[in-house]
Design a protein around this ligand. Structure first.
Ligand code: 5GP
Length: 189
């Protein structure tokens, strides 16, 4: 199955996905492509495939994305081949994507479990966005506004988790994944 972790910027999605993959068997992280600039602590091909806008558009024309979205003025997309290969090898794939992306994936793939991750409060969102070294006022404002709009989409999700405490959140999402693996709909019987 695909496990979507969506929710506003600053909810802690990326850290959570990475820790889950380290903590569980048979689950891999879907590495997205983006046109946004690489941050200091990020690695090409590990955090994202960092593409120019031209390269991104070419990948898009070549049908290499399962879904694409423009988020905070940059393009983001989920590469199709990697996800499909893992699924056919019976691996679960976890992805950290935005709300539009979640809709795009649901339209194309049946076996999806979606989790909406919420940060504890708006102040915490601001704190986490700033901690990323983002000082551009316009960009911070865009991210906060998008975060408010996104929170309204919560009803389209299977689960909602408030990320008060990372350890506990990992436990909750791990439990969701384990339970979903035992769902009768997912059994090949
Ligand atoms: P950031 O630039 O902070 O890494 O991510 C910004 C937003 O883009 C986050 O909400 C993240 O979940 C979302 N995002 C990352 N990869 C993808 C993707 O492949 N598709 C979509 N639709 N959103 C993505």
């Amino acid at each position: 199955m695909i496990i979507i972790i969506a929710g506003p910027s600053g909810a802690g999605k990326t850290t959570l996905c990475k820790m889950l993959v380290e903590n569980m068997d048979n689950i891999v992280y879907s590495i997205s492509a983006t046109t946004r600039k690489k941050r200091k602590e990020e690695e090409e091909g590990e955090d994202y495939h960092f593409l120019t806008e031209r390269e991104f558009k070419r990948w898009e024309r070549e049908g290499r994305f399962l879904e694409v979205a423009k988020v905070h003025n940059y393009y983001y997309g989920t590469p199709r081949d990697m996800v499909m290969e893992y699924l056919s090898n019976k691996k679960d794939v976890i992805m950290d994507i935005d709300i539009q992306g979640a809709e795009g994936i649901r339209e194309k793939i049946k076996d999806v479990v979606s989790v909406f991750l919420l940060p504890p409060n708006m102040e915490e969102i601001l704190h986490r966005i700033k901690k990323r070294g983002m000082n551009n006022k316009e960009e911070i404002k865009n991210r906060l506004e998008d975060a408010l709009l996104e929170i309204e989409e919560v009803r389209n999700f299977d689960y909602v988790v408030v990320n008060n405490n990372l350890e506990e959140t990992i436990l909750v999402i791990k439990s969701i994944i384990i339970a979903e693996r035992h769902s009768i709909d997912r059994m090949e019987v």
